[in-house]
Design a protein around this ligand. Structure first.
Ligand code: ADP
Length: 314
């Protein structure tokens, strides 16, 4: 696999705060690399450095084999950046917005018009091209932000949490557009704290926490140890944690772990073994009233919890 970006032992401290603390990874041609981690993990700092917006303290970064410090201008031209904060002009048309940002890369005339329209089409705003962003929903503004970043056809697209706080329709649209850009040959870095998004679009994932990489691999690789796991979460009405004796659950075939948290307990069990009826019966026989049951298969949240002892949204 061809490495497009190589990062080695990257560090960026804000006084004592080790925002990025020795991160190494490669970005391979044609992939969507998902950066997953809770708020404060160091994702934005990392991609601001890669975007050449922020200087790192130490470590090496190479784009197409060239050191980031050596040819910043050329590297910038290869990049499309979608920052967390919207960077659009509210009172000029969508078309003019994309045209302005794209012209900064030296495109002109017919070619400029053609790529601007193509980008607006990619994000589903072709019909709204003459409207001002001030009339757009939050999701439409985000899509316009993306159009501004992709019209010059960057080789690498970097997106920082592009779906925070937007409607589901725009979210789906954004995820679909990103997959289409990947299929057309763009290499993509996508940061998010939404596990489901990474599971939906990323070819490979880096999980970050407290400035370091805690895991890296394809979703299938990361999930390997959870492939065969199911978790039942059962809320009960009638009993307090301290009074709950769960030993009987361990006698049911397939059950690996039982955790009790207030009036809810989580039962980790082997997926193939049908044992929910036995669990329910066991509870009923002990006069425990069940108010709610959910069932989850292994997911990245569990991988994260296992590696860090924390929940992604903490
Ligand atoms: P994420 O994008 O994963 O939420 P960030 O990269 O924004 O994480 O932040 C990583 C850490 O660096 C956090 O503890 C954050 O408070 C800190 N940090 C980020 N930017 C600054 C800054 N400009 N000055 C001081 N501390 C910062």
């Amino acid at each position: 696999m061809e490495s497009i970006i190589e990062v080695k032992n990257l560090k960026k401290y804000y006084k004592e705060n080790k925002a990025v603390n020795g991160l190494s990874f490669d970005l391979y041609k044609g992939e969507i690399l998902g950066f997953l981690g809770p708020n404060g993990a160091g994702k934005s700092t990392t991609i601001s450095i890669l975007s050449t917006i922020l200087k790192h303290d130490s470590g090496d970064i190479k784009f197409f084999g060239t050191d980031i410090k050596e040819n910043k201008k050329w590297i910038k031209q290869q990049l499309g950046i979608v920052p967390q904060e919207l960077a659009i002009f509210e009172e000029i048309s969508a078309y003019k917005n994309v045209e302005f940002f794209t012209s900064l890369y030296g495109l002109k005339g017919k070619q400029l018009r053609s790529v601007v329209l193509e980008a607006l089409k990619m994000v589903g705003l072709e019909e709204k091209r003459d409207n001002k962003p001030s009339t757009f929903s939050g999701g439409m503004k985000r899509r316009l932000n993306i159009a501004c970043a992709i019209a010059h056809k960057p080789k690498i697209l970097i997106l920082d949490e592009p779906t925070v706080g937007i409607d589901p329709q725009s979210r789906n649209h954004i995820l679909e557009s990103i997959k289409r850009l990947r299929d057309q040959g763009t290499t993509i870095i996508y940061t998010t704290h939404y596990m489901e998004e990474v599971q939906e679009i990323a070819d490979r994932v880096i999980i970050m926490d407290s400035g370091i990489k805690v895991a890296e691999g394809t979703i299938a690789e990361l999930m390997e140890s959870y492939r065969n796991t199911r978790i039942y979460k059962i809320s009960i009405d009638t009993i307090k944690k301290e009074n709950f004796k769960c030993d009987f659950l361990y006698e049911i075939e397939g059950i690996q772990k039982v955790e009790v948290d207030d009036n809810c307990f989580s039962i980790t069990t082997i997926k193939e073994i049908e044992n929910l009826d036995k669990i329910i019966l066991g509870l009923i026989n002990r006069n425990i009233k069940i108010s709610h049951i959910t069932s989850e298969e292994g997911n990245l949240e569990m991988v994260f919890l296992k590696l860090t002892g924390k929940k992604l949204r903490d």
